[in-house]
Design a binder for this molecule. Sequence first.
Ligand SMILES: [Zn+2]
Length: 267
Amino acid sequence: MTGADSARLCFHDSLNEFLAPVHRQRPFDYPLTRRASVKDVVEALGVPHPEVGLIRVDGTAVGFAHIVAAGERIDVYPVPTTQAPDGASLLRPPPALPPRFVADTHLGTLARYLRLLGFDTRYRNDHDDPTLAAIAAADGRILLTRDRGLLKRRMVTHACFLRADAPRDQLHEVAVRYPLAAWMDPLSRCARCNGVLRAVDKAAIAHRLAPKTHRYYRRFRECDGCGQLYWAGSHVRHLEALVAEVRDGAGGGAPPGTREIAHVPPH
Ligand SMILES: [Zn+2]
């Protein structure tokens, strides 16, 4: 039973890793020493609010602004790791579709992968934390980060805390939380600058091609931001593998509406 001036909290599943060891994997009493919202209490215990997908008080779902009262039983669940976006909750509006991202300074390779798959992904290696949070808020982007402090910024609404070190594993983490498989559009965006790729007449860029490329490839795309050229077999060696991983690894096959790769066969 809870004490007269405490609430009983229980964090579920992956949220436990944010907690002090003494609080993990079991309900515990939280003393109420001040008037506090459930969001304040959750973050005071170390759990970033963007990682929370559902809060129930005595069995009823509530929003972040709920003021915690003595005697309440509060269950806190993570954002679901399914194809479903975390929109069906009282905690935040649904993310924009197709999902757009901003990646923190440690996630350059992941940003390149997402761009290759066609996702609008802002990334610079010199963005500071306030800038990252501001970009996420202003553009309705999902913040990708390994920084728990950044996740707790008030203006951050949608964010994904990445647990993995390896970029391919990080991509998988993003793909199981957000519907990448349904929205990917490979080779529509520049991996280098996030610009949009457009088909370009080979004759117009022939002088920029190495002899073998000129000989073996007919269809090209050019970035409208930096002018980088793309063609099958060039910058996209890993693209087929990335597409397959997202399609197969994020929950059992491609959902309806998956767009096929629309790029540049080699002849
Ligand atoms: Zn570019």
